[in-house]
Each structure stands twice: as C-alpha cells, then as structure tokens.
Design a protein around this ligand. Structure first.
Ligand code: UTP
Length: 224
C-alpha cells in the first residue's frame, strides 16, 4: 500500500519528544519492510507557533509568519529523516516533485511545510494526491474525531466512521490563520474528497495505532 503519515507537531514537537520520534522511526521502517511505500509529513509544533508570534510582534505579514513556521517544520523533518538513516531519502522534500522523486528511489519521504497559507494537513493531502496514495493516517493528540471539542466538552463522543461531508460539519473554523489548530484543516478535506482518499485520524502518542490503521483494524476515526 502507498500511504502518507502525518505526524502532528503537537504530538512529537510540543515539546520535542525524542523517545516518541525514535518509536515513529522504528515503526515506519517496519512499515517499509512490510512492502508499503510511505511519505511522512511533520508539523512545526509549538516552536513554529513561537516563531509565528515573534514574526507577528515584529510586524511581519502572514506570509512571512508562515514561511518561518515552514522552516521550523522542515527542521523537524530533517531531524526525523536523520533518525530514519538509510531507510529515508537523502534530503527533506521541499516540493511535491521532490517527494515523488524520492519515493521512486524506494525510500521513505519526509516533508515539513510546503507553501504559505496552508497547514501540514493540507501538505499531507497534496502529497497523497500527487503520489496517488490510498490512505492518509493522521496522528493527533486525541483518540480520533469527536462530535464536539473534547477539550471543552467532557460529554463529547468519539466517532468511529464518518463521511467528509459529516466531518466538515463537525469543524467550526474554516478560515486560515497562521498557527491555527484543529482536527484536520478544510483545505486538506477538499483535496482528500476530490481524490476519494481515505483518512484515518488516530491517537499519535501510540505509533502502533498507525500500524493498526494500515492493517484495517478498528482504530481512531475513519473518514471516507
Ligand atoms: P501545522 O499547524 O500544520 O503544524 O503548521 P503542526 O504543529 O503539526 O500542527 P498540529 O499542532 O499537529 O495540529 C503550523 C503553521 O505553519 C504554517 C501555518 O501557519 C500553520 O498553521 N504552515 C505550515 C504553512 O504556512 N504552510 C505549510 O505548508 C505548513
């Protein structure tokens, strides 16, 4: 199977969790050894948001704020790529062409941000589209998608399966702001929808959830 794994910056980089990063590297090497083709997209976490704040305080525009956040995510991507050793590409993919070229070499693609105005969710969806992947797995800091924000509402219920239309109606925020944070961004949803790609949102603190998602086990929330 060809798949894209999106690791939330909020999971591995807020603050940096080297143990978890190491576990992800081992898990992804195993996925590759099983014959799957993988691209990984990592976010910039709190450090990216710190840089966005600094840029804002300096009076810089949103594009500059985004560019700084992208640089931070690429730094984490580089760190992660080094951890993958020989299994990973020779360098971080900066473009969709880079990603495609690297996958063609039989290596694990690692990417951070792509361009201003989007989030790494959208990057992951665009990579999935470009690589003709069949699955995107997102590791988040929640067990999956809930009917309402579980951080605000203790009675929120986790949904096992839903359509992209249903997902859109669950999300309240639809406008891009630098550093915005939500389950999955609306641009990503559009890209996934038009390509009929499957998305599985899992708890990213347990990398084995990604393996379970690949095996088709009942984990997280499946959106299709
Ligand atoms: P993300 O919000 O995607 O990173 O990007 P993250 O840390 O992985 O997010 P969570 O916490 O796991 O959900 C951080 C910010 O970087 C800019 C945007 O401002 C985005 O909100 N960014 C990122 C871009 O402008 N373009 C990109 O391609 C990626």
């Amino acid at each position: 199977m060809r798949l894209v794994v999106r690791i939330g910056g909020s999971v591995v980089a807020s603050p940096v969790n080297t143990e978890l990063m190491g576990k992800y590297a081992e898990m992804l090497k195993e996925v590759k050894a099983q014959g799957h083709e993988v691209a990984v997209v990592v976010g910039g976490g709190t450090l990216a948001r710190e840089f966005i704040g600094i840029a804002k305080n300096l009076g810089l525009e949103m594009q500059a704020q985004d560019e700084l956040a992208i640089s931070v995510s690429r730094l984490y991507a580089q760190l992660f790529l080094k951890t993958l050793g020989d299994a990973g590409c020779s360098r971080v993919a900066f473009t969709l062409d880079d990603a495609s070229e690297c996958l063609g070499e039989g290596k694990i693609v690692v990417m951070g941000g792509l361009k201003p105005g989007i989030t790494t969710d959208a990057v992951a969806a665009l990579v999935a589209e470009r690589l003709d992947a069949e699955l995107l797995v997102k590791g988040t800091n929640q067990e999956g998608v809930y009917n309402k924000d579980p951080r605000k509402f203790p009675d929120a219920i986790k949904l096992d399966r839903l359509t992209f239309e249903e997902l859109s109606s669950v999300l309240e925020l639809n406008e891009h702001k630098a550093g915005m944070h939500q389950i999955i961004d609306p641009i990503a949803i559009e890209v996934l929808k038009r390509n009929k790609l499957r998305l599985i949102v899992v708890n990213g603190y347990q990398p084995e959830n990604i393996l379970a998602a690949i095996r088709g086990e009942n984990v997280g929330t499946v959106i299709s």
